[in-house]
Design a protein. Structure first.
Length: 293
């Protein structure tokens, strides 16, 4: 029986470990997202589908889930192996609404963890679809008032300066999606990047800010940056230091204007900052914390 085709079946969570999902082609890193704010459950919800199952279903429906696997069958002629599923952007790892490591304020609404499959040199990290899938999941659970977002960016999987010059910042190709947005939606935000024990992010801060304002994109306009300012939330990510290069130690805080306060825009910005960081020889996982100024 091919369990990958059974309705309502999901990979057993005890089989996963950070950055690795059963049957995956070989993740290059871990994407982790935590949504903070207020979630008012829908009064009409009548199923027991949780954050994990909803995220899994949405990932699969959109073609983002890597569910490549194999079915082994013993026959009279010997052992046959048949490949199943399809390649995607990530392999499922885990998700939930509560986490023992979450800070008390603001309230954690939901969190999601996947293993990112290898990224083509002319594509950004799939942060935008990842947060879109997280947002769609939250919308099924209830009505979300988003206050802050944390995302772990596996920048080490991008290839850094080994990428061809023409493919250093592939996220720019999709910035036009936000060009015709409502100007009234523009929001003042604070974006923090932390490299944990790696000091390369503060060193790259001037070049990151210069690139943000020089390159042809209207999603995020950076006004200033600080190497000393910090958000208490950024010091308490809801995952263990072993998942990245923690604890949070070396950070930069950018203040600026985001095209809109949405998971879509934050997701694009996450991919953009990962591209910029990799182009500056940053090769470590980065913790991004986004909040309204």
């Amino acid at each position: 029986m091919d369990v990958n085709r059974m309705p309502g079946w999901y990979p057993h969570r005890e089989q996963t470990r950070p950055g690795l999902a059963p049957g995956a082609r070989g993740p290059v890193g871990t994407l982790f997202a935590a949504l903070y704010g207020e979630l008012t459950p829908h009064p009409w919800r009548s199923t027991d589908h949780d954050a994990y199952s909803l995220f899994y279903d949405r990932s699969l429906a959109m073609g983002w889930l890597d569910d490549v696997g194999a079915v082994v069958r013993h026959t009279a002629a010997g052992v046959e192996e048949r490949r199943t599923g399809a390649a995607g952007l990530w392999g499922m790892n885990d998700a939930g609404q509560d986490h023992p490591l979450a800070a008390p304020e603001p309230a954690l609404v939901a969190w999601f963890q996947v293993g990112v499959e290898p990224v083509a040199e002319d594509r950004p990290l799939p942060v935008q679809p990842f947060l879109r899938c997280a947002g769609d999941t939250a919308a099924r659970l209830g009505s979300l008032q988003l206050q802050a977002v944390q995302v772990l960016l596996p920048v080490q999987g991008l290839g850094g300066t080994s990428r061809p010059a023409s493919a250093r910042i592939p996220s720019l190709r999709t910035s036009g999606w936000f060009a015709d947005g409502d100007p009234r939606s523009r929001t003042q935000v604070r974006i923090m990047l932390d490299g944990g024990q790696d000091p390369s992010v503060p060193a790259a801060a001037p070049a990151l800010r210069e690139s943000m304002n020089r390159l042809d994109q209207r999603v995020f306009a950076c006004g200033s940056y600080s190497l000393t300012e910090y958000d208490p939330l950024a010091t308490r990510p809801p995952f263990d230091d072993g998942l990245w290069n923690g604890p949070p130690l070396h950070r930069v805080s950018f203040h600026g204007t985001l095209a809109e306060w949405s998971l879509d825009a934050i997701g694009w910005l996450g991919g953009f900052l990962a591209d910029l960081s990799a182009s500056q020889a940053v090769a470590t996982p980065l913790l991004l914390t986004a909040s309204r100024s």
